[in-house]
Design a protein around this ligand. Sequence first.
Ligand code: GDP
Ligand code: IMO
Ligand code: MG
Length: 419
Amino acid sequence: MANIVVVGTQWGDEGKGRVIDLFAKKVDAVVRYQGGSNAGHTVVVDGEKFVFHLIPSGILHPGKKSIIANGVVIDPEQLLKELEELRERGIDTHNLYISTNAHVVMPYHKDLEVWEEEKRGKNKIGTTGKGIGPAYMDKAARRGIRMGDLLEKETLKEKLSLNLEIYHQLYGFDYSEDDLMQKLLEYGQKLKTYITDTSLLIHNLMREGKDILFEGAQGTLLDIDHGTYPYVTSSNSTAGGVCTGAGIGPRDISKVFGVAKAYTTRVGEGPFPTEIKGAVGNLLRKRGGEYGATTGRPRRCGWFDAVILRYAARINSLDELILTKLDILDQLDKVKICVAYNCRGKIIKDFPGNFELWKECKPVYEEIEGWKEDTSKVNSYSELPSAARNYIKRIEQIGGVPIRLFSVGPQREEIFATT
Ligand code: GDP
Ligand code: IMO
Ligand code: MG
């Protein structure tokens, strides 16, 4: 299968977890390369649900390597909890590898996030509260504590002192240095067997001809550079993040897959042109179980936005698309696809690079017939009602990306090829 990337093409929660689980069968290792425990990736196997926050969604496949690379920010407490829960459910976690250079999410990162969201008031970002932004902030400020530091007492002490001093001076936050040191060293001891040079590990796997799958978290519009800034996360969640986040070169990537939901959702604040308020939005939320896998917050729901898909295709150089949750649209009389925006009186087909412009854009819709049939039991593309096939075809035509797979249920086997 060579080295492939799976990224979200919308605002996250597109169903990446289930796609990773499917592709993981065919590769030797699955790598998380950005984000942290803000992610919530769901995999359902024989009715049993697993939600992954930090651990790659391929871990359910015995013998495959699960790698958390340098670009991820790790909350050790969350990671240990996730490991423990998996072990209790009989999942083998020995094949986990953690980058020595991945940054650690500290308690003061979470406190700062709460503090800043409060200060922002009505302009809050609506973050997941997992300390992600402040952890990347310290990384960029070159004072971050990294996983390898948890194994080096003297270095850790120096770095921690500096950080506690800075957080005290800047924000008036106070923590017991001794307590924190003790906790961090304990985390280090519990995780030391997993901590390694993951860039070299990935490189060596590639040299042996092994296939690697890079698991994106969040989605294109949450990317810190290319998303709907400032309503974004703090990492590069687009395919470009793979190289820096895992320590590989761009020529090592053979294929990029995008995942899109058959409609759109967004959790947190920020503009959302195709958002549906009222009955249809509520129906999608209810049928789609659209509540955050990490925070439980209700997700905002809207029509499919093909302007965004074209943008995601460009930013990620998408080869193919996987369309999930088609079944959720089953009861609708009409289904709409946003094909362009009306922006200050002009019709535009390209996603505007200027956020100020974009937030004023109004969607221009193409309305197509709904299928009003239960698709959740189909076993192939040809069994889909013709209106559902037409919907897939239109998204493919308008979005300009071939759709390779579609899914009609959360279970492992409820995903099918379009050929
Ligand atoms: P991720 O963050 O991209 O991995 O997506 P999430 O796990 O946060 O959200 C996707 C949700 O939709 C999960 O609850 C999945 O079990 C569910 N899901 C995925 N694909 C389908 C599908 O085709 N149909 C239905 N009904 N649910 C799906
Ligand atoms: P997965 O990987 C959906 C959103 C938050 C908020 C913004 C910033 O499951 O698709 P952060 O905590 O990252 O600083 O929050 O980004 N967000 C996500 N939304 N799915 C995710 O991950 C998300 N991770 C962050 O809701 O709007
Ligand atoms: Mg999710």
